[in-house]
Design a protein around this ligand. Structure first.
Ligand code: ADP
Length: 474
C-alpha cells in the first residue's frame, strides 16, 4: 500500500508544501530578526552618542591627552569605535587607529552629512580599511568652541554572530517542525490513500468477475460510506449473478426433465397407436383398453404441461404478490369440496379441527388455495382405502399453522428432504399410476415462499405423513 503511485503523489505534494512553507517562513523570520537587530543596534549607537556628548561639551578640556586616553578607553570598554570630527569633517579623534588613513575621505560619508543637516545620521557600508561591513551613527553637538561631529560604529559581523544564534535556533526548530509535519502528513495521507487503494483493488476485482471481493477496512468518514456503497453494490451484483446462474441451472434442468417426462407418455401413445393401426383396432377385446391408455397418457401430458406452466408463472411472479388478511376457513371448505368424491370413493375418513377461534393469516387467497389443494390431493392419493385424512388449524398471535395429516404410505427420511424438488417422486412407477407429475410439491414450496411462509414435513414409512404450512397471523 505504501508503494502505490497514488500514495507517493499525495505524500510528496505534502512534503513539498511543508518544505516550501518552512523555508519561506524561516527566511522571513531571519529577515525580520536581522532588521530587529539592526534597529536595536542603531538605537543603542544613538544612546552611546548621547552618553559620549557631555565629554566634549566645554570644547577644550577633552583635547588634553589624558582626557583623550580616557575617552578612548571608555569607547573600547563600550566595544564601540568613536570618531570625532570638526565642522569641516577634519578628524580630531579616532578610537580605532587602524581606521585612520590619510587617504580616507571622510567627506563622502552620508552619516556625517545627515548629522550636519538633521543633527543625527546613520549609514551601513563596508569599511574600506577593515573590509568589514559596519553600522555607523553620527550626531552633531554644540560646544563652547563651535559644533563637533561625533560618530560611533560597530562592525556588522558582531551583529551577524547574534544572527547566527537565531539562525541555528530557528534551523533546529524548523527541522523538528518539518519532521513532525512530514510524519503527520504521512499518517493523514495513508488514512486517505490506503482505503482508496483498497477500494480500487476491490472495484477492479469485481469488474474482473470476483463478485465475492469486499472492502474489509471501512474508515468512519465519507470514505467509509463510499466503501459501504461499493460493498452493497458488490453484494447486489453477486446476488444478481448467483440468482441468474441458479435460474439458468433450473431452466436447463427443467428442459431436460420435462423432455424426459414427456418421452414416457409419448412412447406409450406411439406404441399403442401403432398396435391399433397394425390391426388391433379390430380386436374387440383390447381396442378400447388401448384407447383408454392412450387417453390417460394424453391427460398426463396435459397436466404435466399445465403444472409446468403454473410453476413458471409462480417463479416469474416471485416477490410480486401482495399480502392481505385471508381467512383459511372458506378456502378449506372449497378444497374439501373438490376432494370429497375421491375421499368417498376410497372410503377415507375426513376431519377438520380448529384449535383457535381465528384462522386469519397474512397471505394470498389464490396461493393458499393452490397449496391446500395440492396437499389434500397428495394425502388422498397416497393413503390407501379406509384410511384417514385430518386437517388441523392452530392460531397464535404470531403464526397460524395449517397441517394436513394422513395415515398413508409415508415417506422415508432420506426422501423427505427431496420431495419438494421438481419431478422428484419417491416411487416413480407407483406415483405415475396415481397421475402424479412430481411437480405438485415443488409448486407448493414456491407458493409458500412467495407468501412468506414455511412448509415442513413429518412422516413415517407406512404410518402416514403430516405436512405443515406456517404463515404469519393477520
Ligand atoms: P406428485 O405429483 O408425484 O404427487 P409431488 O411433488 O406432489 O408430486 O410429490 C412428490 C412425491 O412425494 C410424490 O411422488 C410422493 O412420492 C411423495 N409424497 C407427496 N405427498 C405424500 C404423502 N402425503 N404421502 C406419501 N408420499 C407423498
Amino acid at each position: 500500500m505504501m508503494h502505490s503511485k497514488f500514495f507517493w503523489k499525495n505524500f510528496l505534494s505534502f512534503v513539498v508544501i511543508i518544505c516550501f512553507t518552512t523555508f519561506v517562513v524561516s527566511y522571513l523570520l531571519i529577515l525580520q530578526a536581522k532588521q530587529f537587530i539592526e534597529s536595536t543596534t542603531t538605537d543603542s549607537l544613538q544612546e552611546k552618542l548621547v552618553i559620549f556628548a557631555p565629554y566634549f561639551e566645554d570644547g577644550v578640556s577633552w583635547r588634553e591627552p589624558e582626557n583623550v586616553k580616557k575617552i578612548i578607553a571608555v569607547a573600547h570598554e563600550a566595544k564601540t569605535r568613536l570618531t570625532v570630527l570638526d565642522q569641516n569633517e577634519n578628524l580630531l579623534l579616532e578610537s580605532d587607529p587602524i581606521e585612520v588613513q590619510p587617504s580616507e575621505n571622510q567627506k563622502t560619508r552620508p552619516e556625517l552629512k545627515d548629522a550636519k543637516i538633521k543633527s543625527v545620521g546613520i549609514d551601513k557600508r563596508i569599511s574600506p580599511i577593515s573590509k568589514l561591513e559596519t553600522l555607523y551613527s553620527a550626531k552633531q553637538i554644540t560646544t563652547s568652541k563651535g559644533p563637533l561631529l561625533l560618530r560611533v560604529g560597530v562592525p556588522m559581523h558582531k551583529l551577524d554572530d547574534r544572527l547566527k544564534d537565531i539562525f541555528v535556533a530557528l534551523g533546529v526548530g524548523a527541522a523538528f517542525g518539518m519532521l513532525l509535519s512530514v510524519l503527520i502528513a504521512l499518517i493523514l495521507v495513508r488514512r486517505i490513500t490506503d482505503p482508496v487503494s483498497e477500494m480500487t483493488k476491490v472495484a477492479e476485482a469485481i469488474s474482473h468477475g470476483n463478485y465475492t471481493a469486499r472492502i474489509r477496512r471501512l474508515p468512519s468518514n465519507e470514505l467509509g460510506s463510499l466503501g459501504e456503497a461499493i460493498n452493497r453494490l458488490a453484494e447486489a451484483v453477486e446476488a444478481n449473478i448467483s440468482r441468474r446462474e441458479k435460474m439458468e441451472k433450473i431452466r436447463r434442468e427443467f428442459s431436460s426433465n420435462i423432455s424426459h417426462e414427456l418421452k414416457t407418455p409419448l412412447t406409450s401413445i406411439k406404441g399403442y397407436a401403432d398396435t391399433l393401426l397394425e390391426g388391433a383396432i379390430d380386436d374387440k377385446e383390447n381396442n378400447l383398453r388401448f384407447l383408454r391408455i392412450i387417453n390417460n397418457n394424453v391427460e398426463r401430458m396435459i397436466s404435466l404441461v399445465n403444472e409446468s406452466l403454473n410453476l413458471a408463472t409462480i417463479e416469474a411472479n416471485e416477490g410480486i404478490v401482495e399480502l392481505t388478511p385471508v381467512d383459511w376457513k372458506p378456502i378449506i371448505q372449497e378444497a374439501i369440496n373438490r376432494h370429497q368424491i375421491r375421499m368417498n370413493d376410497k372410503n377415507i375418513k375426513f376431519k377438520t379441527n380448529f384449535a383457535a377461534e381465528s384462522s386469519l393469516v397474512k397471505g394470498d387467497r389464490k396461493a393458499m388455495f393452490h397449496i391446500l389443494d395440492n396437499l389434500l390431493q397428495n394425502a388422498v392419493s397416497y393413503t390407501p382405502a379406509s384410511g384417514e385424512v385430518e386437517l388441523n388449524v392452530d392460531h397464535s398471535p404470531r403464526f397460524c399453522e395449517l397441517s394436513v395429516r394422513d395415515t398413508g404410505i409415508g415417506i422415508a427420511k432420506a426422501d423427505q428432504s427431496r420431495i419438494f424438488e421438481r419431478f422428484y417422486r419417491v416411487d416413480a412407477a407407483r406415483t405415475r399410476n396415481e397421475g402424479g407429475t412430481g411437480l405438485g410439491l415443488a409448486i407448493v414450496k414456491h407458493l409458500v415462499i412467495q407468501i412468506q411462509g414455511t412448509i415442513s414435513v413429518d412422516s413415517e414409512l407406512n404410518r402416514g405423513s403430516i405436512f405443515t404450512v406456517r404463515l404469519p397471523s393477520a
